[in-house]
Design a protein. Structure first.
Length: 302
């Protein structure tokens, strides 16, 4: 099949490369010439405007978006809606909010342009390991795209699937990321506790490798933890500042809307916020209160 990949960041480039290697024709487009040139080096064809993208594809066209969620996705879909024709399909493979995906599908429907929301997991390793794809939209449209999903996934019959109507793909990916937050937090806390047990002199890298085989907690995240500890056992070169993509927040909002308790995911998100607070006024206030009511000593800032 042939398709265009809009957005050639690391993941977009890797996905394009995997598709090209799988025998698909890919038109790569990004805002920067350097990104397009890189895609061409990796086997794709290049385009420098959305108009070029559309003109190089035969109808019915397939456009895969890998651009930042929010305004960039909105603007790109709005522009494409003026260039595409009835029967063409836009696949949003980024991390859009599922409510936005429902809105995008409704916006495109009167124009006869199909919309598919594809939650995509796999990160930088997807090019070799394959991507986990959680797909929402019309079942018959998704079925037509089967060769693309089979190529991107770890296998033709594993790691991908149609999960429901418009919005369902990004909804499942949102929950996936919320779970990921909690799992990552548990690993981080466990290794931190072991590191603090100085008298045992525990080798965290060694322990991570022990756990990789036979352990209940063995997982890809553990494999990545082992890799990180092999590279730097004390993680001294990494600043303790943790970002969030937004999907963890949306998962917490959803748990509130549905009255479903999610304390682990919620706390893991709050911990990420705390990591970014160089001022940490909360901790300063706690120390001040202990000093006020109990005379407990406080440490002065240098």
């Amino acid at each position: 099949m042939e398709l265009a990949m809009i957005g050639l960041g690391k993941m977009g480039l890797n996905m394009s490369t995997r598709l090209v290697r799988g025998g698909h024709r890919v038109i790569g487009y990004a805002r920067t010439t350097a990104s397009v040139d890189e895609a061409v080096k990796l086997g794709a064809e290049g385009a420098h405007t959305l108009e070029e993208v559309v003109s190089q594809l035969k109808a019915p066209r397939i456009i895969w978006l890998m651009v930042p969620a929010g305004k960039v996705t909105d603007d790109t879909i709005e522009k494409l809606s003026t260039l595409l024709e009835a029967g063409d399909t836009i696949i949003d493979g980024g991390n859009s909010n599922y409510k936005e995906s429902v809105r995008h599908a409704a916006f495109l429907e009167p124009k006869g342009i199909e919309f598919v929301d594809c939650g995509t997991s796999g990160g930088i390793w997807g090019i070799t390991e394959g991507y986990s794809l959680m797909i929402g939209g019309k079942a018959e449209v998704v079925e037509r795209m089967r060769p693309i999903f089979e190529t991107l996934a770890p296998g033709a019959d594993k790691g991908w699937g149609y999960v429901g109507p418009h919005g369902a793909g990004h909804y499942v990916k949102m929950i996936h990321n919320g779970i990921e937050y909690g799992m990552m937090q548990a690993f981080a806390e466990g290794f931190s506790i072991m590191k603090a047990k100085k008298e045992f002199g525990l080798d965290l890298s060694q322990i991570s490798h022990i756990w990789q085989y036979g352990s209940v907690v063995r997982s890809w995240l553990l494999d990545l933890a082992a890799r990180a500890l092999d590279q730097d056992k004390d993680l001294t070169d990494i600043k303790p500042w943790v970002a969030d993509s937004g999907e963890g927040r949306w998962t917490v909002f959803e748990s509130i809307d549905l009255d479903v308790p999610a304390p682990v995911i919620t706390l893991s998100l709050q911990t990420r916020f705390a990591s970014r607070d160089a001022e940490n006024f909360t901790a300063r206030m706690l120390a001040a209160l202990r000093n006020q009511f109990g005379g407990h000593a406080v440490q002065k800032s240098e």
